[in-house]
Design a protein around this ligand. Structure first.
Ligand code: ATP
Length: 731
């Protein structure tokens, strides 16, 4: 039976009853956890404020935190206990019924699941197939059987609103109705509609590194976040959220995706940018980094200048430079060790062999600065004992002379004076030895004084990468990987060790950055999601996934491709694909939009600046009247965006967003291309796609593609004079 809705559905009564039972069970657990923690469901609680200081032991704190997490989940679960029902008959067993929700709920008496978590093994039946013969991997083995019912249930605030028994048609219709709705301001969770190809990525084994190539809007960011939630659930005994890290392009983007993990019941996952990760690692040693948008900078250069700058960026992000730096750091540590070991006034302090054993073997896991300081301590002790040996020698000498005097001279004032003189000379020698020891230590200190981080970096560039060395002292983002690596080897890094790292928009990361993250987190596996078509910092990022697969992951990473785009309407995606097809990338599958039709994109010519502005304002008003509220007016550069904001910002009650903003906001936004990567809006206006602004160029083509793939429902493109040759004349 398909699409028979409540209350006519023959199972309606059964479903009402089950929902009642599920809500009662959730209520009971809520009361239990509230009693245990003193917290209230639906209200935030400060863990530290509620634990008596004496009890603040780590284990107790962790337990308390996990109880509060559970209470948060239950508070959300009571509003929507579950979203699907599966009837499955395992081969040779009796039929089973499973209800799928965001969080599992157990009957406390029978200990049977009332609701199973969407991340549990049996939920695979919902995500990966249709009615009929099915199988899945359970913790105790492979299960085969027959799926006889897949029912989608809409539950809101303890009420059963609707139910659909699924076939292919109703499932597509359900997905389309979800996608067709007006967008929220931020990215949201999608547990009810995860698609089979996405499910594979989400549930990919933790032990493998995973590379995901996916078209714009194929759900890469969304499923990367769902994968984190899945891994934390599946490996809850070994994985902690604090040991999972997601790296995103900028703080604005982090703010845009910030709600997904909490909605999935996941807290405390490290969400950061590469620059912030570097800052955390280098601490107070992090040098000042020039604030500039790489994309903006590229946009201001001519093609030839960009090509030249690009070569330098690629070099700085390459594994070959990393190798050079590794070798240089090895030489730096060797240079600390004197060829013939340490001697003081002919007394051997430490021979080369012992030195190597201490410095290169026993202390090898410590940063250079710490090793040098340990070595200094050892040398100081040895210097002190060498001084003691020398003093002993002088003393023995003096005592012998005294004995001789006593044997050869009678007691007299002269004899006493001679002995006294001898001791005075001896004491004088002692002082000389102390002074020499001090001088020796000072010389040693001077010799091994390490320059500061930028000093070391410049010394490396001058010596090993002269083509990247300039007199200019300013440091930029592209210098960060090398600075971090030097800091790690010489001063140490303060980053926390991760067990799994997710990188979103990874196509703009250099091989050096990925390898650095890998070396700094040797126990971590990676999920890297990106789209080579959207490589808008192309000079630094990768052009083929092969650049990472073999050299970084030793062929132990698997590449999955996501080919369906869920964001755009068919009409918008078709137009965007005519743009991306101009500069194809070999080996990447074609994108198929989900069958959701909408208004054709508009390409509008304006005869003057005045006309362009008035047409933009008219269009925004129309979109608002249609009920859309998330509207982005995108300009190519930050300068152009600022100008547009001055011209029509007030009239449209719009906000200007720039690279430095850390807080995402909705409504009508005016923003530059450099920050729209990864985001989406109901309606998008590309404000100036004239030939002058977008000539035929691969880099600009990628940027235009990113801009065109941001809207869910409406796309309008304005141009003055000739239209960009990257676009067809008729959409
Ligand atoms: N299975 C799904 N069910 C419902 N909505 C989905 C599904 N997959 C993706 N979406 C929606 O598609 C849109 C695009 O998702 P997302 O931003 O994660 O894609 P992306 O591949 O990261 O895009 P981009 O490459 O442009 O950054 C979002 O609105 C997301 O909610």
């Amino acid at each position: 039976m398909e699409s028979v809705t409540l209350p006519e559905h023959p199972s309606a009564k059964e479903e009402y009853l089950h929902l009642q039972q599920a809500c009662d069970t959730i209520d009971r657990e809520i009361r239990e956890v509230e009693a245990l923690t003193g917290a209230k469901a639906g209200e935030e609680m400060d863990v530290h404020a509620n634990i008596i200081p004496d009890d603040q032991e780590e284990v107790y704190l962790q337990l308390f935190k996990s109880k509060l997490d559970r209470l948060r989940q239950l508070a959300m679960a009571i509003g929507q206990a579950y979203f699907a029902r599966l009837d499955f008959t395992p081969a040779g067993s009796s039929p089973e019924t499973w209800y799928l929700g965001r969080w599992g709920v157990l009957d406390p008496v029978a200990l049977t699941p009332v609701v199973v978590d969407w991340r549990s093994p049996v939920a695979n039946l919902y995500y990966s197939g249709q009615i009929g013969k099915m199988d899945y991997e359970a913790p105790d083995g492979h299960v085969e059987g027959e799926l006889t019912l897949k029912r989608m249930l809409t539950v809101r605030e303890r009420e059963l609103i609707s139910l659909f028994d699924s076939g292919i048609v109703s499932q597509e219709a359900y997905l389309q109705s979800v996608l067709g709705s007006i967008s929220s301001d931020r990215l949201k969770e999608i547990v009810t509609t995860i698609q089979a190809e996405q499910n594979i990525v989400i549930r990919y084994p933790l032990s493998s590194n995973l590379l995901v190539q996916g078209a714009a809007g194929s759900g890469k960011t969304t499923i990367a976040l769902h994968r984190i939630a899945y891994l934390l659930y599946t490996f809850q005994k070994t994985l902690r959220p604090e040991n999972m890290m997601i790296l995103a392009p900028n703080p604005l983007f982090l703010s845009y995706i910030s709600q997904v993990l909490p909605d999935l019941g996941v807290e405390r996952v490290v969400q950061t940018t590469f620059e912030s990760w570097c800052r955390e690692g280098m601490g107070r040693r992090m040098p000042k980094i020039l604030r500039e948008s790489r994309l903006e900078k590229n946009l201001s250069l001519t093609e030839a200048e960009r090509e030249k700058a690009g070569r330098l960026l690629r070099l700085k992000g390459s594994l070959s430079v990393m190798k050079k730096l590794e070798n240089w750091l090895d030489r730096l540590q060797d240079s600390v060790l004197p060829e013939n070991g340490f001697k003081m006034a002919g007394v051997p302090l430490m021979d080369r062999k012992e030195l190597e054993n201490i410095f290169l073997r026993d202390l090898r896991y410590f940063p250079l600065e710490q090793r040098v300081s340990e070595l200094k301590k050892i040398v100081r002790k040895r210097v002190q004992s060498a001084a003691a040996i020398l003093k002993e020698r002088y003393n023995a000498n003096a005592e012998q002379m005294v004995l001789k005097i006593r044997a050869n001279m009678r007691e007299s004032a002269l004899r006493q004076q001679k002995i006294k003189d001898l001791y005075t000379v001896r004491d004088q020698r002692y002082k000389e030895i102390d002074a020499r020891a001090e001088e020796y230590m000072n010389r040693y200190r001077e010799r091994f004084a390490l320059p500061d981080l930028p000093g070391l970096y410049r010394a490396f560039l001058r010596e090993c990468v002269p083509e990247a060395y300039t007199e200019e002292e300013a440091l930029r983002q592209e210098d960060l990987p090398m600075l971090v690596m030097i800091c790690k080897a010489v001063f140490g890094l303060k980053t926390k060790q991760m067990k799994h790292i997710v990188i979103d928009e990874c196509q703009d990361f250099s091989p050096f950055q990925i390898e650095l993250l890998k070396q700094a987190n040797p126990a971590a596996t990676f999920t890297l999601v990106g789209d080579l078509y959207q490589g808008i910092l192309a000079d630094e990022g990768i052009r083929s996934w092969e650049e990472w697969k073999e050299p970084i992951f030793e062929n132990k990473a698997n590449l999955k491709q996501l080919t369906v785009s869920y964001r755009n309407t068919v009409e918008i995606m078709n137009l965007a694909q005519t743009v991306s097809a101009r500069y194809p990338i070999p080996g990447i599958c074609e994108t198929k939009p989900v069958l959701r039709h909408g208004e054709a994109p508009k390409i509008i010519r304006a005869e003057s600046e005045k006309e362009r502005l008035s047409r933009i304002c008219d269009q925004v008003r129309v979109w608002r009247q249609e009920g859309y509220h998330s509207i982005a007016l995108i300009e190519k550069t930050a300068e152009q965006a600022k100008k547009l904001y001055r011209q029509i910002g007030q009239e449209l009650d719009a906000h200007l967003l720039s690279e430095t903003d850390a807080e995402y906001r909705g409504g009508v936004l005016i923003l530059p291309a450099s920050i729209v990567k990864g985001m989406e809006f109901d309606c998008v206006g590309i404000c100036d796609a004239s030939a002058e602004n977008f000539p035929d160029d691969e880099f600009l083509c990628r940027i235009l593609y990113v801009m065109m793939t941001r809207p869910l429902h409406r796309l309008a493109i304005w141009h003055k004079g000739d239209l960009s040759p990257l676009l067809p004349n008729t959409p």
